[in-house]
Design a protein around this ligand. Sequence first.
Ligand SMILES: C[S@+](CC[C@H](N)C(=O)[O-])C[C@H]1O[C@@H](n2cnc3c(N)ncnc32)[C@H](O)[C@@H]1O
Length: 344
Amino acid sequence: MAMSGFEGFEKRLEINFSGDDPMIGIGLRQLEFELLEEILDAVQCTVVSAMGNGFFDAYVLSESSLFVYPTKIIIKTCGTTQLLKSIPPLLVHAHHMGLHVSGCRYTRGSFIFPKAQSFPHSSFREEVMYLEENLPSNLCYRKACVMPSKKSKSSHSWHVYTASDEQYMVQHNPDMFTIEVCMTELDRILARKFFRRPGDIYSGDLSGKEMTALTGIGNINPAALVCDFGFDPCGYSMNSIDGAQYATIHVTPEDGYSYASFECIGSHYDTNILEILKKAVQVFRPATMSISITGATEDLYTRVRDIFQPLGLNCRSCIIDEFPSAGNVVFQTFTTRRKKAADI
Ligand SMILES: C[S@+](CC[C@H](N)C(=O)[O-])C[C@H]1O[C@@H](n2cnc3c(N)ncnc32)[C@H](O)[C@@H]1O
């Protein structure tokens, strides 16, 4: 942990694969646990809890989450983890299974403690150089961009890198989108629910279950299965699985650098997703928030913006950029009325 505090803002890496393997129905899910541990070792985090269904496996990590689908892997890590170092061992193991990379997307917000990060995360420039050096040359459609929250010098930006090959451009499903919510300055009373009670002797699993119930996180999507973990003395992580779709929440409740994230994937035909998003934000009532949607339509990001107004969270900036194979990435920032737009 940084001397200054825990870095809640996550780095997120999604890698898509393709191949002629007859086992493609299982694909990356065949990876033995020891090999997953080896990949996570390079990142400097560990598995603390796991579950799966017919579609994918979901792991809660000591620093955020890992999702393994047959041809897609998503790793999200916070703190001072070195997420991009997962790429070389992951590509080696995938290659042994007859899978090759067809698409990659790396995203993150602005770190609260950027100086605490080490190689290859000391700057976005360094991250992009590392990605360029470690991804195969068939990913010829590449783009890196920092999306600011304001035209002037901004304190919060969304960093996006995408790379894909011809095949991924064809296979990519435009009906799906990813929502990444980063919340800071959490309501202090609500944040306290993510501290363990002094003297409790619960395991991380039991503590997580208690936090899920106490905070209302368990009601966000009653149809989903939840795997949760409560850290000691504070902090919380959960993954939920609902068919082929996941959602994940991570909480750093410490005052001064409180942070929570919510992420889910959705389909443009799924009308329930906005209600889920609204419920997730209400658990934390942040004073500042950013929402990034990859694969967004105008209808979707407008509706997302509008659901938060009744909660007192006003949209302060909205920036849109197009990425090959990822479609539109829309980055919106919000603050409560009591905060001035100049604060973000
Ligand atoms: C892993 S969790 C959730 C991370 C997530 N990215 C976030 O901050 O939203 C981080 C919280 O758990 C606390 N924590 C306690 N023990 C920890 C451990 N062994 N590893 C990581 N975090 C731990 C941290 O102080 C922090 O409040």
